[in-house]
Write a protein that binds this ligand. Sequence first.
Ligand code: COA
Ligand code: MG
Length: 297
Amino acid sequence: MPIAPIAPAAPERPRRSALYLPASNAKAIAKARTLPCDVVVLDLEDAVAPAMKAEARTAAIAAVEEGGFGHREVAIRANGIDTEWGADDLAAIAGSRADAVLVPKVSCTQDIGRYEEALEKAPSTMQLWAMIETCEAVFNLKEIAAMAPASRLSLWIMGTNDLAKEMRAQLTPCRTPFLPFLSMAVAAARAHGVTILDGVCNEFRDLDVFEAEARQGLMFGFDGKSLIHPAQVEPCNAVFSPGEADLAWARAVIEAFGQPENQGKGAIRVEGKMAELLHLEQAKRLVAVAERIAERG
Ligand code: COA
Ligand code: MG
């Protein structure tokens, strides 16, 4: 049966919350269809034990075939191309209706090239999403991001657990050892139009710790955060949705720049603060993001 094309991701599509779940867990898949997450990541990699890999792959493909995910984008995280499961995972995902394939431990441009090749026969709308989680990747961020415009690559997810493991660093709630990479990764992603999501917070029972970490990610400029538990979805959406005060300011800036007396001006006064044309652009973007979120109901 031919594969129906999937609509390409529109600009500013909300990706506030991306929930991972082991594709071997049927209950979790059923639950994900009911949760308000923007993205579901069916994992074949670290969350699945070696003995369950083949079964998880079959379950993930069946789940996307069955559908029922509504507005949620569905990605399948493959095992690395050099593992014993990688080639079979990529072939199966390439023939599936998944919106994206998420690939682990991308370290250099050659890695992206190999995944592109493996996805040669996939629908043209299937996106390539990459985990940034190796020490080597940290030094190749700019080059990897620069491949996006001419490839399927469109989104990065930070893999802070793997980074901590490789660095032998401690992943504490303040994330001090990782802060330089987080901001460098955001800057590299922005330079080439790549969407970028923050790493997971392992503390899924303590939502105060989670919220503080999500706010730190927002402050760094991430579009959203990757998640491991249903309880994290709503607080994450709340953090990554434009707030009322920011929206009110954005609307005031748009309105002020629309006034006849402000035509042709680059900098004006809005509610006692300076607003420049760059703030007008930011304001328009914020309102557009809020509208996309509101469409989700
Ligand atoms: N997605 C969807 N549903 C999930 C889920 C997830 N990530 N994690 C848990 N659930 C479901 C459970 O199936 C359970 O459903 P039920 O009430 O119908 O039985 C419910 O939510 C409550 O689960 P809970 O008992 O609180 O969690 P747990 O102790 O069973 O599992 C984890 C904890 C961390 C093992 C589990 O949340 C998980 O597997 N997370 C994802 C791990 C992952 O994918 N890692 C890879 C990326 S880092
Ligand atoms: Mg990882």
